[in-house]
Design a protein around this ligand. Structure first.
Ligand code: ADP
Ligand code: MG
Length: 699
């Protein structure tokens, strides 16, 4: 039995109760989990701060001073013990809500103590809640360990007295038990060529660092290992797939493709041409295509999808284009006639609201091959749908679909179709490499010419009347306006109330019959929704009041104003998507971000970024920097847990690139990791797999 996998409850001083907490709060289930639970920062324990130099912006600090007096304050839940603690420079209050009896017995007025904790601001005064505290005469500092790791924690852990100090002690105990059983995971040739330290050194250093240099080396080693194994596993998977699945070959370009291509009303952008070439190379290669197409809103991805579908059709195969919402699927379907002669290419639309009789006909047409190109929603992946010979599946706004849903498309047809997934949520390269590391990535980084930048303004809520005036001016010159309300599941009821009252307000400010206001939201019947949507798309309504359902895809070139209510409640990428709904025609366009008066720091940052750039990739990079990869749109749905222990996809670009290149090189020479040198890597991958499996059973 591998000692590293011992249940954490057996670690001395842990026991079942603490083990349960460690598992629930930190996902620490076995010795190894604890060993791989790393400090997120370090405090130099040789350094003491002066009380006069700290403020609540400080992270953890260490102080040395004397307890001046101790008082008990308050009743019940607010009962607390307050000790005033001073050094030569000032006084600070140490506050304890828990363990009051024990602490008041321990603290001695007039004695000298070392205090370690995080300063916070309480009613304008700096205090420290539940600091670690130790009498100077009793403390025996370890002369080697100058730096103390600070481990991530949670409210529950703190309340249960599992302090940083406790975790540090547990680390010392677990290290003692495990240190002789740490097995190196990287082959010697890699350690040498990359100048990395060994795993045992790295693990001991990360918990008990002696100096900054060795700590940096340890962190580098552990980050590299983490990124490297992830890349190795993704790339190996990709290798296996391209080897084992033969792709259908779209050898010829026939009349379907050529008629459309030659009759385009506008030249393709350079970026569109480049991507079409990349796709062409894939579909003629004999290998199955798995490509992610990233392109900002309005960059013309749909046309690329259609031109790819036509290649399939010219070679006797069917194609499907799947969208996340009915509105979008319908729009694709209705728009296809702009480019394609639908008397020659038979198209269909299949969504949840397709009527039974028509649905049956479509099922039939897909199964007998008479339908060439089908647009639709999730309705396309229900079991009843069978294709005669699906050659290409396009998935639009990919991040809305789970991996399972995507893979369902594979089993729809006797041949394995090529897969093109598209997203308008620009994903920073580093993240894409990890999230979609097994896909090839194409980027459309150019908008069609003549697009005007959308002017973005931040307006606070008490200036609604000014915004209404502005809307009137735009409507007077024939433009249309979107007004969007947030819809967040947790507060759905309130959100609908907001939308309702907003709608009333607007119909008062813009009275019929002079103005026509349409409204769409999730609570309507499909017919009502379609009716109102249609009013707006056809230009019969001046204003469309909507929830964020219109975020995805809606194309109304005459709409020039996007008003976003409670903009502070939207994420950056959502705001960007919404803004992309305007600026599609020739008119100057505007995005107005309405917010409450008081904004959180993060909300203000988002609004400022929105006002300062319209570049989706720049926004995505900022988003990643602000929120980290965990919250990144698409990360959660991707099905790939980016549960990195130490590497940070928003900061470790160079290391990630190195990990990727190294993995590529190794697999190039040894695609299935069969040489003795690489056996250790194969074992590592295997372990990764079993670990992932185990966790899924637990959670
Ligand atoms: P998205 O990438 O957001 O899906 P769309 O495919 O909806 O963008 O394209 C936005 C608009 O731009 C559509 O009206 C489309 O017909 C138009 N369009 C696409 N390619 C070009 C081009 N090369 N030149 C001009 N307009 C284009
Ligand atoms: Mg689109």
């Amino acid at each position: 039995m591998n000692i590293l996998l011992t249940d954490i409850k057996y670690l001395p001083t842990v026991g079942p109760k603490r083990a349960e907490l460690l598992g629930k709060e930190l996902n620490i289930l076995c010795y190894k989990d604890l060993l791989y639970f790393f400090p997120f920062r370090y405090v130099d324990r040789s350094k003491f701060y002066a009380i006069s130099e700290i403020d609540s912006a400080n992270a953890y600090v260490q102080l040395r001073g004397i307890i001046k007096n101790i008082t008990n304050i308050g009743e019940g839940r607010s009962r607390r013990l307050v000790a005033s603690f001073s050094d030569d420079t000032g006084v600070i209050e140490l506050v304890f809500f828990k363990g009051i009896k024990w602490i008041s017995e321990k603290l001695k007025i007039g004695s000298e103590y070392i205090v370690f904790g995080k300063p916070s601001n309480f009613n304008g005064n700096i205090n420290m809640v539940h600091p670690e505290i130790e009498e100077v005469s009793l403390s025996k500092p370890d002369p080697n360990a100058v730096m103390t790791g600070v481990y991530p924690s949670t409210e529950k852990l703190k309340n249960s007295q599992i302090t940083n100090k406790v975790i540090s002690k547990l680390q010392a105990i677990v290290w003692d038990r495990c240190k002789d059983y740490i097995k190196e995971t990287l082959p010697p040739y890699l350690l040498e060529s990359m100048k990395l330290c060994g795993l045992k050194t790295a693990l001991s250093t990360i918990h008990f660092p002696k100096d900054m240099q060795t700590l940096a080396k340890a962190r580098e080693r552990l980050k590299f290992e983490e990124l490297f194994f992830l890349q190795l596993s993704l790339l190996k998977q990709k290798n296996v797939r391209t080897r084992s699945s033969n792709g259908v070959v779209f050898r010829k370009l026939g009349s379907a493709f050529n008629d459309t291509y030659n009759n385009l009303q506008f030249p393709l952008t350079g970026a569109q041409k480049k991507v079409i070439k990349e796709i062409r190379a894939d579909v003629t290669s004999g290998k199955q295509m798995n490509r992610l197409l990233e392109g900002d809103v309005g960059s013309g991805k749909t046309l690329v999808a259609i031109l790819s579908a036509l290649q399939a059709i010219d070679n006797g195969y069917q194609a499907c284009i799947m969208a996340p919402t009915e509105v979008l699927a319908e729009q694709h379907y209705k728009g296809v006639g702009k480019f394609v002669d639908t008397s020659k290419v038979k198209c269909a639309l299949l969504t949840g609201s397709t009527k039974t009789k028509e649905r049956r006909e479509i099922y039939q047409g897909l199964e007998d091959g008479s339908i060439n190109l089908v647009f639709g929603t999730h309705a396309l992946i229900v079991d009843k749908v069978k294709f005669a010979n699906l050659g290409l599946a396009v998935i639009d706004e990919q991040h809305r679909f789970g991996v399972d849903q995507r893979s369902k498309l594979w089993s729809k047809s006797a041949v394995t179709p090529h897969i093109l997934v598209m997203t308008a949520t620009p994903i920073p390269r580093t993240l894409a490499m990890t999230l979609y590391g097994d896909l090839d990535v194409s980027v459309i980084d150019e908008l069609p010419p003549g697009r005007k930048l959308v002017i973005t303004k931040h307006v606070s809520e008490n200036n609604h009347h000014k915004v209404y005036e502005f809307m009137k001016k735009q409507i007077d010159v024939g433009r249309q306006v979107f007004v969007v309300y947030p819809l967040i599941q947790e507060s759905e009821k309130m959100d609908y109330e907001n939308l309702e009252s907003g709608y009333l307000q607007i119909t008062e400010a813009f009275p019929a019959p002079k103005y026509v206001t349409a409204v769409v939201h999730g609570k309507q019947t499909a017919e009502n929704k379609a009716f109102d949507m249609d009013l707006f798309v056809k230009g019969k309504a001046n204003i469309l009041v909507a929830t964020s359902v219109i975020e995805v895809g809606v194309d109304v070139p005459n709409a020039s104003v996007m008003v976003i209510e409670s903009a502070e409640r939207f994420g950056l990428s959502q705001l960007h998507q919404l803004r992309g709904r305007v600026g599609r025609g020739s008119a100057e366009s505007y995005c107005i971000l309405m917010t409450g008066y008081k904004l959180s720091k993060e909300a203000r940052q988002r609004i400022d970024i929105m006002c300062s750039t319209t570049d989706g990739f720049a926004l995505a990079e900022q988003d990643l920097r602000m929120r980290g990869p965990g919250d990144f749109e698409g990360t959660k749905q991707s099905g790939l847990a980016i549960d990195l222990h130490i590497a940070d996809l928003s900061k470790d670009n160079p290391l990630l690139l190195m990990a990727r290149e190294t993995a590529e090189k190794i697999l190039e020479n040894d695609p299935i990791l069969s040489t003795p040198d690489n056996q250790i890597l194969q074992d590592g991958l295997q372990e990764m797999k079993t670990e992932i499996k185990d966790y899924s059973i637990i959670s």
